[in-house]
Design a binder for this molecule. Structure first.
Ligand SMILES: [Zn+2]
Length: 496
């Protein structure tokens, strides 16, 4: 059945010589509008794939074992998501429909890095995957609360993180925003370790507040100071939800740090609602609603339904791990709010990353060979529509980005953020000879997110082909359920 589908999808062309090699190409994507932001290429070309790599991008006619007719379609490097909490098979499939060919959990990470890579490799994934070493998980095994670590505890935390790095972690995930009382010296020491090992840290910054003291602005100043004094390459997760309505001051601060040569990068997702546990520290304590910029209880939703004060407090007290959605901006009511979101999404040199969460159904994690995701399963819609939403809203409808600029933010920029420490990323995020054949073929006129807050479990539309390491995962807009060409991206690994 699967084989038949693939054969129908590709059609069989005469196997002939490819352009620059005697052997026939495995796959030719013929006659699409090829966009490669790195070289600036935006022209009709044939893309030639062999052994999982792009071997040629040419305007000469090419024959191959399999042909995809891409005329009228865009051919681009697959999207690279630096921030994908949903690492299960169904979550990865949902992201494939969003054009994602590599999804990495770098913000939170995991404590047992080797175990993660071995387990995911055993299960197989349609798209590439990877993980950072988790500061919070390592720390949780050593400290029971989020207080300041003493010298011995800090030594053990650093040892735990070093273990993760030795097992191939792609960096260190530091969700300090969930433990804002942890020490400044600890945050510094972790980044010093990262600098020493030549890896990136991915921070959910402290506080998340528009008012002083303990503001997002102060948290960004901490990141900048630590980057300057440790030399660490530091990445700021979800700039949009961490800076809230103080984004104007935040982006000026970040830009000034970058202009002074500090290796700081940012990412954002194109939604005005965030999602995390209702028990999170920034939804509690004195003046917490003022600190978020005037949050109301009805700005919080559970499964698409707004909460009120009573249901909010009840959930927070009895089920603090419940994932809720928080409308931190209200662009539909306040035109200024759209501008705030735009500043994060459009930040020059910033990546797009989903912060996509796992799918649950009846409160249980959706895992294993599940497809399609049941209509009543829930996740923030960013788990299904971040990248196609960028293409629909920011390119097609509002024309804030050119197609090439959007593709750059979703593929090349995340590759650039990682490639100094993860050499494999030098061959991702590009559509050129020598690059990995992680390729998407989509209809620029119809590509669109479909997931909504009320009905998130809907695949994005418009991705006609999604190719990972040379193999199709989506063909003719349909998932190839048996396809598992995704590879673990693991530091120090050789093509593993
Ligand atoms: Zn976060």
């Amino acid at each position: 059945m699967i084989r038949a589908l693939v054969t129908i999808a590709f059609g069989l062309a005469g196997a002939g010589p490819a352009s620059s090699d005697d052997r026939p190409a495995d796959l030719v994507i013929r006659g699409g509008r090829v966009i490669d932001p790195e070289s600036g290429l935006d022209a009709v070309r044939n893309v030639v794939v062999r052994d999982g790599r792009i071997v040629d991008v040419t305007d000469r006619p090419v024959r191959g074992a399999h042909i995809i007719d891409a005329s009228g379609l865009v051919v681009a490097p697959g999207f690279i998501d630096l921030h994908a909490h949903g690492q299960q098979l169904p979550a990865a499939r949902m992201q494939a429909f969003d054009g994602v060919t590599t999804a990495m959990e770098l913000e939170s990470g995991v404590a047992d890095v080797g175990e993660y890579y071995e387990r995911v490799a055993r299960e197989g994934r349609p798209i590439n995957y990877g993980v950072s070493a988790s500061w919070s998980d390592v720390r949780e095994r050593i400290l029971k609360d989020s207080a300041v670590a003493d010298d011995e505890q800090l030594r053990r935390i650093l040892k735990g993180l070093e273990q993760g790095l030795s097992e191939g972690a792609l960096g260190i995930g530091i969700t300090v925003g969930y433990a804002p009382e942890s020490g400044a010296k600890e945050f510094h020491a972790i980044n010093a370790l990262a600098a020493d090992r030549g890896v990136v840290t991915f921070s959910h910054i402290r506080y998340g507040s528009v008012i002083e003291p303990g503001s997002s602005f102060a948290a960004l100043e901490e990141v900048i100071a630590v980057a300057a004094t440790t030399g660490a390459q530091m990445h700021i997760c979800h700039l949009n939800s961490s800076t809230l309505r103080d984004v104007d001051a935040a982006v000026k601060l970040i830009r000034s740090a970058q202009e002074r040569g500090l290796p700081i990068s940012v990412e954002a997702y194109p939604y005005s609602a965030a999602s995390t546990n209702i028990g999170a520290t920034f939804y509690r304590g004195p003046q917490w609603r003022e600190r978020l910029g005037g949050a109301r209880y009805e700005d919080f939703e559970l499964n698409g339904q707004p909460l009120d004060e009573r249901s909010f407090l009840e959930l927070q007290t009895h089920r603090p791990d419940t994932l809720i959605v928080y409308n931190y901006l209200r662009p539909e009511r306040n035109p200024l709010d759209q501008g705030y979101l735009d500043q994060s999404v459009l930040y020059p040199g910033g990546a797009i990353a989903s912060d996509g969460v796992w799918w649950t159904r009846d409160g249980k994690l959706l895992d294993g060979d599940v497809w399609p995701i049941p209509a009543d399963a829930y996740a923030h819609p960013r788990s299904a529509g971040t990248f196609t939403r960028l293409l629909r809203v920011y390119v097609r409808e509002r024309q804030k980005l050119t197609l090439s600029q959007a593709i750059e933010k979703a593929s090349l920029i995340p590759a650039l953020i990682l490639e100094r420490s993860v050499a494999e990323m030098k061959n991702k995020g590009r559509l050129r000879a020598g690059a990995d054949a992680d390729i998407i073929v989509f209809d620029a006129q119809t590509v669109s997110d479909r997931a909504t807050f009320e009905r998130p479990a809907q695949t994005a539309a418009g991705m006609r082909y999604v190719i990972v390491n040379g193999s199709p995962v989506i063909a003719n807009g349909q998932l190839i359920r048996s396809a598992r060409p995704g590879r673990g991206i693991r530091r120090g690994s050789i093509d593993k």
